[in-house]
Write a protein that binds this ligand. Structure first.
Ligand code: HEC
Ligand code: HEC
Ligand code: HEC
Ligand code: HEC
Ligand code: HEC
Ligand code: HEC
Ligand code: HEC
Length: 400
């Protein structure tokens, strides 16, 4: 309870700061606006949805409290008993597999031995019996630990979590699909660390475990605490929908007319973006942590909210307009055209589209290919889709 009070206090202070900041920025823009030429585009329509929701995040979608509706977790197998179609597709999505038990890592299965030389030491991941052993050797000494979990399905990369002396660590090296091998985990420094233990990985504080696990694992938050003995790998049904025991009872009771489960589909589009942003990072998170430059390209809710297209009250710019969280990401660029053309006119349209946002003077299809560029995040060996929808010319400076 004390922790909860503290975070709420922190949030209020932050909101207060943000409001003051928005007021100051608003005033600055007003002054600037009067001196701008007509060619300068107007400022982004919505900076943030932070000041709309007075109680943020609302308790019923605080995924990390583990206590919504006074219910407890029943496990996604139980949900699958009734929601057969959703369960079948969701469990195989990259989100559903955002972490796996290390023996299920397809990369490690394909590569029984992987090594990385950091200049002074050799790091190695090796299959031994029914363990994946992670070790570091400086020519004289070796230390090692069995890996527990692989975080990240690996479209971008896969990082390993292991335990030594009762403490969790994040591996200093990760597997990257693009290079089919190991490289430094993003955020880790290339200089060889002082100790063998530091060369193996980074110690995760209790606070980091409490953040890192609920984004990649599920059903392990009990009374606001992460209990790693309860970990279910991946993002499961109850991570997004909250513990489901009361829903289960209600659905088994023919008389019940209440579903007793949180459906994020009932949120306003702006709140929905923030909901996905509890993991994908909202504008609030990016501003609070002051993550500037290309490093914020992977935070889609923040990027999207910078676009002039974005309207927190319009379903056509919610994450759900383009993504179904129960299904795999659609990678056919043409299939997103209809999402853009829900608002924008098209040059090929008959002139009955009055009231629509402007048409593209350049092209009539594959909108995202030019206006949502895929940008390389240095160190990640991966190009992220920039959700800041805009006119983009290759080589343009990154608007952060
Ligand atoms: C015994 C069958 C059954 C099981 C098990 C079950 N559900 Fe449901 N669920 C239903 C039915 C039937 C509905 C539609 C009820 C309605 O429209 O109110 C529903 C509706 C829902 C909704 C939409 C609720 C709304 O108000 O919009 C969600 C979300 C949901 N279930 C998630 C889950 C999750 C998560 C689990 C596992 C924890 C689960 N269900 C387990 C039968 C079940
Ligand atoms: C509990 C945390 C969590 C929440 C909540 C969450 N995501 Fe994710 N999502 C992830 C993680 C982690 C990944 C990365 C999975 C990987 O590649 O390892 C991911 C990946 C994705 C992907 C990429 C899939 C691919 O094929 O690469 C999409 C699209 C996505 N999420 C959309 C959403 C949307 C839309 C919402 C809100 C309805 C949402 N997510 C809410 C954690 C979350
Ligand atoms: C606030 C939620 C959050 C926290 C905390 C978090 N992650 Fe993630 N992580 C995500 C989301 C969402 C994605 C997918 C989008 C992306 O790649 O940025 C992701 C992506 C990844 C990926 C790349 C997966 C891929 O193939 O796309 C790895 C590896 C990863 N996280 C490891 C970790 C580890 C290890 C920790 C803790 C030490 C951690 N993450 C903490 C939410 C989180
Ligand atoms: C990443 C978050 C996330 C995960 C994981 C997730 N859902 Fe959902 N679910 C949503 C969102 C968002 C909606 C609202 C969709 C909409 O309105 O378009 C939703 C809607 C639903 C609905 C009601 C509407 C419908 O589409 O029929 C049911 C039932 C449901 N989910 C069941 C499940 C089950 C069962 C699982 C696990 C197998 C699951 N969900 C996993 C986010 C999630
Ligand atoms: C107007 C459509 C649109 C909206 C709205 C949208 N996305 Fe995307 N998203 C895309 C496209 C297009 C891709 C790239 C698909 C591909 O790989 O070809 C993508 C890719 C992703 C990925 C995979 C990683 C990457 O960067 O390529 C994640 C994660 C994601 N979106 C999350 C979100 C979240 C969270 C929201 C809501 C804040 C959101 N998206 C809103 C169109 C959209
Ligand atoms: C909810 C409706 C909506 C959706 C969906 C939408 N847009 Fe927009 N878009 C707008 C509005 C409104 C503007 C601002 C027009 C203005 O101010 O002249 C805009 C502006 C733009 C601009 C000019 C941006 C700038 O900074 O000058 C581009 C480019 C654009 N949209 C492309 C797209 C693409 C591509 C998609 C699909 C991925 C898309 N839009 C989806 C409503 C939308
Ligand atoms: C081949 C790349 C390319 C594709 C594909 C493309 N665009 Fe564009 N778009 C541009 C360029 C370049 C501009 C800037 C043109 C200029 O300034 O003369 C632009 C401008 C725009 C504008 C701003 C118009 C204005 O009056 O402010 C909108 C809106 C837009 N595009 C929407 C779309 C939509 C919707 C699609 C898909 C139907 C699309 N674009 C497909 C390259 C493209």
């Amino acid at each position: 309870m004390r922790r909860l009070t503290r975070t709420i206090k922190g949030r209020e202070i932050f909101l207060l700061r943000l409001r003051t900041m928005l007021m100051v920025c608003g005033a600055a823009l007003f002054v600037l606006g009067s001196t701008l030429t007509s060619e300068t585009p107007p400022p982004a329509r919505s900076v943030s949805s932070s000041d709309r929701t007075s109680d943020f995040p609302p308790p019923h979608w605080l995924r990390t409290s583990g206590a919504s509706f006074g219910s407890h977790y029943v496990g996604s197998r139980v949900c699958a008993g009734c929601h057969i179609g959703i369960a079948k597709t969701q469990s195989n999505t990259p989100m559903g597999k955002a972490s796996v038990s290390v023996l299920e890592s397809r990369f490690l299965l394909q590569h029984p031995t992987l090594t990385y030389n950091d200049g002074t030491r050799v790091l190695r991941i090796e299959r031994r019996g029914n363990q994946e052993v992670y070790s570091v050797n400086d020519g004289q000494h070796t230390i090692s630990a069995p890996i527990l979990w692989a975080f990240g399905l690996g479209d971008a990369g896969q990082t390993y979590v292991f335990e030594r002396d009762g403490v969790y660590y994040e591996s200093r090296i990760s597997f990257y699909k693009a290079i089919d091998g190991l490289d430094l985990t993003i955020g880790h420094m290339p200089e060889p660390p002082a100790t063998l233990s530091d060369a193996l990985g980074r110690r995760l504080s209790k606070e980091e475990v409490a953040k890192c696990f609920p984004c990649h694992t599920s059903e392990d938050v009990v009374n606001n605490q992460v209990e790693t003995s309860h970990v279910q790998t991946g993002v499961t049904c109850e991570n997004c929908h909250g513990p489901g025991s009361q829903h289960l009872e209600a659905m088994q009771d023919a008389q019940s007319d209440k579903s007793h489960i949180f459906n994020p589909g009932t949120l306003s589009p702006g709140d929905l973006n923030d909901f996905c942003g509890t993991c994908h990072r909202s504008t609030r998170d990016v501003l609070a942590a002051n993550i500037r430059g290309i490093r914020n390209v992977r935070f889609q809710p923040y990027r999207l909210e910078n676009s002039r297209c974005y309207d927190p009250s319009d379903k056509r710019t919610s994450c759900l307009a383009c993504h179904d969280p129960h299904r795999n990401l659609v990678v056919d660029p043409g299939s997103y055209d209809v999402k853009c053309l829900a608002c924008h006119a098209n040059r090929s349209d008959k002139p009955t589209t009055a009231g629509k946002a402007p048409a593209c003077p350049t092209a009539t299809k594959n909108c995202t290919g030019c206006h949502m560029p895929k940008l390389d995040l240095p160190g990640a060996h991966y190009k992220f889709t920039d959700h800041y929808i805009r006119v983009y010319h290759p080589g343009d400076a990154y608007p952060d």
